[in-house]
Design a protein around this ligand. Structure first.
Ligand code: 8YV
Length: 316
């Protein structure tokens, strides 16, 4: 029997690509001499597409695949996927929530502690031989401080549980209050920023949250406040953040995500009060394998039952 044709529009983990090509007739779009010509000639032959949060799926790609029925995304964030167009065409979208909560929350706490206690900066101090001349300056305590979480979804709640272990007081701001949770709701992002010592961005990306962390919010966070972002670079006005870090409007920032990855602005690279990670929050062997398994299972479930295992919600 002929294998189902599966289009892939960006690199995936080698073991996932191998598993997919054992099951499907896997076709890498970028390997075609002219991807546009290829889509014009063969686009109608694909009922399935595999992609990632990083690569994304555009409206043009969906429109070039008239027989498309299912998309499987490697990642939890789908801001780079045109979900509305896919759903209008009745296309199901599978993604990989939950399995990365722990590693992303671990990274969030790591960044928070690093930016406050300045482990990365003090590592540079030791390596540069500066300890021989002077002790490292005193830093900021984490335990018992106030943590404001913007976006208390699955990942935000996992961060909150970890922060409780550091005796942190936790409040949050969301589109809606969640009465099932034991944390205090702040009605606005501004009041959350004003209240907290550490502002943790754990919201989704996309148009709804674009640049919500503005110069005004940063002023409210204040000169002793720290910003941590493990969500999407788009949530923060990066220029405003750079100015705030340069001018001491806030104390520091721990960032895993940026406006234009992998390009990190030169001015940010020069700042010692910023801890900069290369979008690695979910990047452990174990979690990336679990995400890969779910990408595969979403496709397998669709072709067996007509439903992906874990679907991007229809209301999005
Ligand atoms: C992805 C992420 O692994 O899941 C997401 O939304 O941002 C990361 O965990 C990365 O973008 C690869 O697609």
């Amino acid at each position: 029997m002929n294998k189902t044709k599966l289009l892939m529009n960006g690199r995936l983990l080698p073991q996932l690509e191998a598993a997919l090509s054992a099951e499907f007739d896997l076709c890498a779009l970028w390997q075609q001499a002219s991807p546009d010509d290829f889509l014009t000639q063969h686009g109608h032959a694909f009922s399935a597409l595999v992609s990632s949060a990083k690569t994304g799926v555009s409206k043009a790609l969906i429109q070039a695949l008239p027989a498309l029925k299912v998309i499987s995304i490697f990642g939890v964030g789908y801001d780079a996927v045109d979900v509305a167009t896919a759903h209008q065409h009745g296309i199901q979208i599978g993604y990989t929530p939950e399995v990365l909560n722990d590693c992303v929350a671990d990274t969030a706490m790591g960044l928070l502690i690093d930016v406050a206690r300045q482990f990365s900066a003090s590592d540079r101090h030791v390596r540069a031989g500066r300890w021989l001349k002077s002790p490292f300056p005193l830093t900021t305590r984490v335990s018992g401080k106030r943590l404001g979480i913007f976006g208390l979804g699955r990942i935000g709640q996992t961060i909150a549980r970890r922060a409780s272990g550091f005796d942190m007081e936790i409040r949050y701001h969301n589109r809606r209050q969640n009465l099932d949770l034991p944390y205090t709701y702040e009605p606005t992002l501004a009041s959350l920023a004003e209240w907290c010592d550490f502002l943790m961005v754990a919201s989704s990306g996309g148009a709804e949250t674009k640049h919500l962390i503005s110069s005004d919010i940063l002023r409210k966070l204040g000169p002793k406040g720290f910003l941590i972002n493990i969500a999407r670079g788009s949530v923060i006005n990066e220029q405003a953040l750079i100015e705030a870090l340069e001018q001491g409007v806030i104390a520091g920032a721990g960032l895993d995500v940026y406006a234009d990855e992998p390009n990190v602005p030169e001015r940010l690279l020069r700042l010692d009060n910023a801890v900069l990670l290369p979008h690695l929050a979910s990047a452990t062997q174990e979690t990336r394998q679990a995400m890969a398994d779910l990408v595969f299972q979403n496709l397998a479930a669709y072709f067996k039952t007509g439903r992906v295992k874990v679907a991007v919600p229809m209301t999005s």
